[in-house]
Design a protein around this ligand. Sequence first.
Ligand SMILES: *Cc1c(COP(=O)(O)O)cnc(C)c1O
Length: 354
Amino acid sequence: MTLHQRPSLQDVPAYKQGKPAAAGASKLSSNESPHAPLPSVLDSIQDGLANIHRYPSIAAPELTGALSAQFGIPAEHITLGAGSVEVAAQIIHAVAAEGDEVMYAWRSFEAYPSLVRIAGATPVEVPLDAECRHDLPAMLDAITEKTRLIFICNPNNPTGTVVQAEALDAFINAVPRNVLVVVDEAYVHFDRSAVRADGIELFRKYPHVAVLHTFSKAYGLAGLRVGYAISPLDVAANLRKVAVPFGVTDLAQRAAVASLAAIDELSVRIEEVVAQRERMHEGLAAAGYPVVKSQANFVWVDAGEATVELEAKLAAGGVVVRAFPGDGLRISSGTAEDVDRVLAALPAVQEATA
Ligand SMILES: *Cc1c(COP(=O)(O)O)cnc(C)c1O
């Protein structure tokens, strides 16, 4: 006899992690920071080790207090999760029930489709436009009476494209006030747009906006799992209910607080990652690859049918990337040496075909 389980999970794929890299290879498959943790962050974790027999504080007052001070937003709006992936899951569970629709662009963050299906809600995927950007008019057209939630991943993972400030404001203004718009800003620190869309500003301006931030990317804490939402008070209250109790460890909370205090040092690293992103973009574009302008810590090669072949070339050159067969390749911005390897592994297209 087979066990009773939720039949709807049959269609849900397990999350595919970026491939691991062999020793010595460049791991550019998961948009992690290429830099080792800062000494001050390691110290903060060291300080917490003696307490790991205790549960962490669920309210995390030091961390929510520090974030509240940084943004000038009351701490009641700020809720945490074990990475902003968990926070995204919380938001879906808090807002959408069976049969409700959750909209996002596609291709976008790999986790959205599974998280929506796991919650029993219905994913509504609106294709990116020809330039791999959110198609906001099409997203507005796709809103129905069942729409409960719209994710805007900005900059978008995996294409690196951004929604411009004015366009995002106009979009949010056109969305009914009973539909929550979540601006997922996992990569916001790498955005060098002339006028950057600012999720926090939009949260302040509109009653139906929430923002997702993570310590995994710019802050380099992917392994510790901490992210947060800034959301309307009634949403925040429900996020606290659906959160897994004690999901964010004390070590993660300490490291996040120490990272906020180390923003000057981290900013230097962020600039370095941005500089290497630009160098990788220019090198690949000059070599004839269809690379998309990115404002995140990776570049997207819109390689289509050539994706698997390029992935193999990169692997042969000691570079592990994230490939979406038939669609494209996402290559995280690593150190200068990592980028050297990428450019060496992908010679100019004319040479390759000559
Ligand atoms: C990486 C990422 C996140 C967050 O990851 P966590 O490690 O769970 O904080 C959220 N959204 C997008 C689009 C991402 O790429």
